[in-house]
Design a protein around this ligand. Structure first.
Ligand code: ADP
Ligand code: MG
Length: 388
């Protein structure tokens, strides 16, 4: 077991590594998506929340133009220069850090005359588990540099910068749900995001008031967003929209699905159907949670999972088993969350039963011969901010 990092421990790690105190410590959370999967890059609706698991960035100015970064999660540090900042030169994980600086420049932040930084990162967001450790690292670095360089960029602009880092420097063709949740999250609230309207509204979730907890079941099946199925699904969505004669799938409603069924091949139709019905489910979830409370959203979560399993085909045996077992053990609702092909499932459960549900899932995984899952509770938490 590693120690859970904190702002103080991250500052201490900075001091141990660089031999001076950092100027400050900033942090940004991972997120869980309550509902709305693969809708963000279709100009649609998503409803994630920021979680307590965060990435901390202790940052100190240098007097030259170098950027140095160490991460507690990685054996080797990385370095770049403000004078030669190119995604081609970014190696592995450091692209998430230097990519933010590159994206700032791409979006019009002049880098001339600025000093470089030393950065120490620490995180308790599991990497590659669908909880968006990638947005956490990007957003922590972005708000730190926004303060350190006194840029005065809005949170909205920081969302676009972090998304550009992920798309243009890392090369993962993702939307900006993760960055929006990480930068706009509030304790106790979900963030209802309308990607097309560029709005992100806090919606109270009342989990604690209703004695509910949200379990995350990390299947430990690894996904790689930069390659494989994610990009392929994204292309299917673009093709479906083009064949239907609309700029994006956001422009289709459930009433258009009959026409889509006639026009599209079976696979493309099912991809389109998932996105169109998922948008409707997100809107309904936000309405229902406000009108009737969180116990009333269970069926929407279950329908969302079925849609991803059967129509979008991004689930896997481990995710399906996690969802089925949670439901069979009394969960109010459950679904896979994140981009798919592994990662995590969520289950909304009575607080008193969380442990029992977790144990049932662990037992089912053992029985199936799957790697033991990691099960933990998450609460809707604060977005990115300065800690020290
Ligand atoms: P997810 O966002 O679901 O965790 P991604 O594949 O999008 O998965 O991002 C995970 C990658 O982000 C890691 O493989 C690593 O390259 C980088 N990363 C995230 N957090 C850190 C960290 N604290 N230190 C170094 N690299 C990190
Ligand atoms: Mg990610």
């Amino acid at each position: 077991m590693i120690d859970i990092p904190s702002p103080e421990s991250t500052a201490q790690a900075f001091e141990d590594r660089y031999g001076r105190r950092p100027d400050g410590v900033w942090s940004a959370p991972g997120r869980v998506n309550l509902i709305g999967e693969h809708t963000d890059y279709n100009d649609g609706l998503v409803f994630p929340f920021a979680i307590e698991r965060r990435t901390w960035a202790a940052v100190g100015r240098r007097d030259d133009r170098l950027l140095t970064v160490h991460s507690g999660a990685m054996p080797e540090p990385a370095q770049a220069s403000l004078d030669a900042l190119s995604p081609d030169d970014f190696d592995g994980w450091s692209a998430y850090v230097f990519g933010v600086v590159w994206a700032m420049r791409e979006r019009g932040v002049p880098l001339e005359g600025r000093t470089g930084f030393d950065i120490m990162l620490a995180s308790d967001v599991p990497l590659g588990a669908g909880l968006s450790s990638s947005a956490a690292i990007e957003c922590a670095v972005a708000i730190a540099l926004n303060d350190e360089w006194d840029l005065g960029l809005t949170r909205r602009e920081l969302i676009y910068i972090c998304q550009l880092a992920e798309n243009g420097a890392v090369g993962a063709p993702t939307g900006n749900m993760d960055q929006t949740a990480s930068l706009m999250g509030e304790p106790g609230h979900g963030v209802l995001i309308d990607v097309r309207a560029e709005t992100a509204d806090p919606v109270a979730l009342h989990f604690a008031d209703e004695d509910l907890e949200l379990l995350v079941i990390d299947t430990r099946v690894h996904h790689e967003h930069a390659t494989g199925g994610y990009g392929e699904r994204r292309r299917s969505c673009e093709e479906g929209a083009a064949a239907m004669g609309v700029p994006s799938l956001r422009d289709l409603a459930e009433a258009d699905l009959a026409r889509a069924a006639e026009l599209l091949d079976d696979v493309t139709f099912r991809r389109v159907k998932h996105v169109v019905t998922e948008n409707a489910r997100v809107a309904r979830t936000a309405d229902v949670v406000q009108a009737d409370g969180p116990r009333a959203i269970g069926d929407l979560l279950v329908q969302s999972h079925a849609s991803m399993r059967d129509d979008f085909e991004i689930s896997c045996a481990e995710l399906d088993l996690a969802v089925e077992t949670a439901l069979a053990n009394g969960a109010v609702g459950a679904r896979m969350t994140g981009g798919g092909f592994g990662g995590a499932a969520i289950a909304l459960v009575d607080a008193g039963r969380a442990e029992e549900v977790g144990e049932a899932v662990e037992a089912a995984f053992a029985e199936a011969g799957f790697t033991a899952p990691i099960v933990f509770v998450v609460n809707p938490a604060a977005g990115a901010h300065r800690d020290l």
